[in-house]
Design a binder for this molecule. Structure first.
Ligand SMILES: Cc1cc2nc3c(=O)[nH]c(=O)nc-3n(C[C@H](O)[C@H](O)[C@H](O)COP(=O)(O)OP(=O)(O)OC[C@H]3O[C@@H](n4cnc5c(N)ncnc54)[C@H](O)[C@@H]3O)c2cc1C
Length: 394
């Protein structure tokens, strides 16, 4: 008897890869979930890259024969503060940065090192999950470093929920984004985009994927699992939920991402710009300061907001007023409601177990996506559930 999988994002497709007779029900007309692309452009609707420490994603890319498409890039980071862009990569650039004192810079370096170590220890993350993230940073780094550095970053990421986040989220986020050398942060990308990963997963699995089918309700009926959808009822022996909207007790973060095409680069060299002082905009990610603009015939830059929806007029104004760009070829905007859990204090209690009452769960809400969500985390969750089902069948 078949297995029903709700959602054809990375988690759902990863489960489907390793099980037989799966039927995937996907509410959208496209597969890929948050990793979906603009099909005519071959680029992700939301910026994506991966890291050398993604020990689950990398073997999967090899297994799917996608390794030949992997390219590594040294990407540069910067900060926009009071209308001025500061690259923050080399020791000289860091020393020259005027908004932190030497003492604060040293404290920051020590804090980053400590987070990197703490991130590796699950028991520490669990312990820190109930601790107030903002207060913890203040205690460790001092009020000035908190106010001039961490507070704006946390606020642009979580908006009105900024004061709810846990110390373990801070540790995970700081630890994850600290694999930088002086030439930049080393990140991986697939030539042709991550749409290749989504396609390969769908092609290599035997699953049937039904698009445009929204699951509304899940029931147990006589040993079988039944789901009620926008296109009727489906039954299966097993049921795997990967759709965030069907998981209770989690507060979700929304994201709005504008992809802007220009003749001129929006940023010089910098790939990832943290932004302070432009309402709604949390970061600017210059995709073509990672991948060559020649691949697309233009420069492509993401403007991302975690605190409100973007619209074309507003993005054009931001480009004009803050980046002196008037000539815009086109802008596309994607909004999504379930883009990351709000990693608030006590979040760990709400993490969905991989299996509960005979239903399996894999997705953004899984343990593997804690304390920060990633492709890696969703792939781990999908693989774990596939293994659990496999071992049940034996
Ligand atoms: C802005 C942004 C940037 C990111 N950047 C990176 C990055 O650089 N590196 C990285 O590793 N990760 C990144 N991520 C995270 C990564 O995209 C996700 O972890 C991963 O794609 C999530 O996959 P998923 O299958 O778990 O969830 P989703 O992609 O959310 O998939 C869930 C699927 O379920 C479907 N669905 C929902 N409700 C229903 C329903 N009721 N019935 C049927 N189907 C339903 C959805 O349409 C979707 O297809 C980023 C995410 C965002 C939002």
């Amino acid at each position: 008897m078949r297995t029903l999988i709700i959602g054809a994002g990375l988690s759902g497709l990863r489960v489907a890869l390793d099980i037989e007779e799966a039927l995937v029900l996907e509410k959208s007309q496209r597969i890929g979930g948050l990793l979906d692309i603009y099909p005519d452009l071959g680029i992700e609707k939301f910026y994506h890259h991966f890291f050398e420490f993604n020990t689950e994603l990398i073997p999967l890319l090899k297994r799917l024969k996608l390794w030949r498409y992997v390219r590594w890039y040294e990407t540069k980071t910067g900060f926009l503060v009071n209308g001025k862009i500061y690259p923050l990569n080399t020791p000289i650039e860091i020393l020259r940065y005027p908004h932190l004192s030497i003492t604060d810079k040293l404290r920051l370096a020590l804090f980053v090192r400590e987070c990197r170590e703490m991130m590796k220890r699950r028991e520490i993350l669990e312990e820190m999950d109930e601790i107030d993230g903002n207060e913890w940073v203040k205690k460790k780094c001092g009020e000035r470093l908190y106010q001039n550095f961490f507070q704006p970053l946390i606020e642009s990421k979580f908006g009105k929920d900024a004061n709810r986040i846990s110390a373990s989220w801070v540790i995970g986020r700081v630890g994850m984004r600290s694999s930088r050398g002086f030439r930049g942060e080393r990140v991986g990308y697939l030539k042709g985009g991550f749409g290749k990963l989504v396609e390969a997963l769908a092609e290599k699995s035997d699953a049937e994927i039904l698009k445009g089918v929204r699951v509304k309700e899940v029931n147990f009926s006589g040993g079988f699992k039944e789901v009620r959808t926008s296109k009727g009822c489906f039954k299966g022996e097993h049921l795997i939920v990967t759709a965030p909207e069907l998981v209770r007790n989690i507060k979700w973060q929304k994201t709005s991402c504008a992809l802007v095409a220009t003749e001129e680069p929006v940023l010089e060299e910098i790939y990832w710009l943290n932004v302070q002082g432009i309402p709604r905009i949390g970061a600017v990610i210059a995709h073509t300061n990672m991948v060559s603009p020649e691949e697309y015939g233009c420069h492509l830059t993401y403007f991302v907001s975690y605190t409100g929806e973007l619209d074309e007029r507003f993005v054009r104004k931001v480009l004009r007023d803050h980046f002196q760009i008037r000539d815009v070829k086109w802008i596309r905007i994607e909004n999504a409601n379930y883009t990351a859990p709000v990693y608030e204090r006590g979040y760990l209690k709400n993490i969905a177990p991989y299996e509960e009452k005979g239903i399996y769960y894999a997705g953004l809400f899984s343990e593997s996506n804690y304390p920060e969500r990633s492709m890696e985390g969703s792939i781990i969750a999908g693989r774990k559930v596939a293994e659990m089902l496999g071992s049940e069948r034996k």
